[in-house]
Design a binder for this molecule. Structure first.
Ligand code: 16Z
Length: 449
């Protein structure tokens, strides 16, 4: 292996309580909220189809003009407890909020720049209200932090001169101070979700990314940091030059999920996929007709898909400039919540079952459990759900809501579950009871004698 100073600091999955908690949550709510929510993708009467949180660049708006949006930020409808209740009802176990997105506007009263919530008509500490409200609902809060900062004069996309080095060093000190401030002033925060770290300026300063991670973990032992922060000695990101994952979980899955057949490597580490409801809108956009809007069912399947591969699913909401959510988002929360109310136990605390993906849907398994969950999305014409078990395993029974389905052994380690449900109106959960084939054989024999 290549000797590295700023590469992965450990290999294998963390087994401490904080990481087990993060892993068991499985389902998180992403919230993108900032000045971009005020124009919502429309500028001077023109609608820009690109991501609404990028309107400043897509509409080529001068920084001073964009930054003056701060004086309009006054979300009258903002009610952190109502947001937290909606997330609770949806079945989310954690929430990740943009403390500062690329625009550089800070949702907390930071000491390190005036470009923050305390200098808006709203004044109140949005982060504190959100952390308190979500924690009160038993939901953990994580902080998204963009290192890329369009507002800060010392930000550099690349380091091309001694002046760049001096300025960028000041910038890194600024970012480090903000991170320490966030980790210190909001003590219940569990994880940092870094973004805006793809530019050469960061890739040339891998040392800072490791220091930032180590500082956060010294201020808050157990703190969790995503792989997106880190750059190693050679500017490699997410996986270092020895192909070792940096940070505590892989966060490269943005608006995409690993393939359940080809990408099984992800089941060896912690990872999280983040997802937009429209094709590509993280911040609030006034006009959702500009792209495909994912249905509640599409998004529910992604949650199940992520869980089935041992990963977390972070579903994004983009509140508008007044602090309200779109009807589509409310409907999604209500739809998924209704399903999770009944079937949360096959998501929370569950992960990769270790069996081969089948066409009808996904397997999940609670750690070490003898029960394997089948979440059926696509009922085959035959009504026969194929299950291929691994190793010394026998299926004893298949039950859905108290009703037993016939388990037919069709070959070694292969079964058909006779799925007699006629019309499927929602994804169905069938719980398989398994036992060791060796032991079960006796049990099976007993049943026959
Ligand atoms: C250039 O392509 C990008 C750049 C940044 C993003 C940002 C989004 O604004 C959102 O915050 C997402 C998590 N992040 C990767 C998305 C696509």
């Amino acid at each position: 292996p290549v000797p590295l100073r700023y590469g992965a600091q450990y290999t294998g999955m963390r087994t401490d309580e904080a990481m087990q908690q993060w892993r068991s949550h499985r389902f998180g709510q992403f919230i993108h909220w900032g000045l971009y929510a005020i124009p919502g993708g429309v500028w001077n009467g023109k609608t820009y189809n690109y991501a609404a949180e990028f309107l400043k660049s897509s509409a080529r708006i001068p920084t001073a003009t964009w930054d003056s949006l701060m004086y309009q930020f006054n979300p009258r409808e903002f009610d952190a407890r109502a947001w937290a209740k909606m997330a609770k009802q949806m079945g989310a176990r954690y929430m990740t909020i943009t403390t500062k997105h690329h625009e550089g506007f800070c949702l907390w009263p930071t000491k390190f720049t005036d470009f923050n919530i305390s200098n808006t008509p709203f004044r109140r500490d949005i982060l504190k209200e959100l952390v308190d409200a979500y924690n009160a609902e038993g939901i953990d809060v994580n902080f998204y932090y963009s290192v890329l900062d369009w507002h800060h004069p010392d930000w550099r996309y690349d380091i091309k001169s001694p002046e760049d080095s001096v300025a960028f060093r000041r910038f890194l000190d600024f970012a480090g101070n903000q991170l320490k401030e966030l980790a210190t002033n909001y003590p219940t925060v569990k994880a940092f979700w870094f973004d805006g770290t793809w530019d050469s300026s960061i890739k040339k300063n891998g040392w800072w990314t490791l220091e930032a991670e180590q500082m956060l973990k010294s201020v808050r032992p157990g703190m969790i940091v995503n792989s997106r922060l880190r750059a190693d000695d050679f500017g490699k990101r997410h996986f270092d030059s020895n192909n070792q994952l940096m940070g505590d979980y892989e966060s490269g899955y943005e608006r995409r999920l690993p393939n359940p057949v080809k990408d099984l490597q992800v089941t060896k580490w912690d990872w999280e996929a983040c997802m937009t409801v429209p094709e590509n809108q993280w911040g609030y956009h006034r006009d959702w007709t500009v792209s495909h809007v994912k249905s509640p069912l599409e998004l529910l399947e992604m949650l199940v898909h992520a869980t089935s591969m041992g990963g977390n699913f972070l579903l994004n909401f983009g509140p508008d400039g007044n602090g309200g959510f779109r009807n589509e988002e409310r409907h999604i929360a209500q739809f998924i919540g209704k399903w999770m109310e009944k079937n949360g136990p096959v998501i929370w605390d569950c992960g990769y079952a270790g069996w081969e993906k089948q066409d009808w849907g996904y397997f999940t398994r609670k750690n070490g459990s003898a029960h394997v969950n089948m979440i059926v999305f696509n009922k085959p014409v035959s009504g026969l759900l194929k299950v291929k078990v691994k190793g010394d395993v026998k299926i004893l029974s298949a039950k859905a809501g108290g009703k037993a389905y016939r388990v037919e052994e069709i070959a070694k380690n292969e079964y058909f579950i006779h799925f007699t449900d006629r019309k499927m109106t929602e994804p169905r959960v069938i719980v398989l009871e398994t036992a060791k084939a060796s032991e079960a054989a006796d049990k099976y024999q007993d049943a026959r004698t």
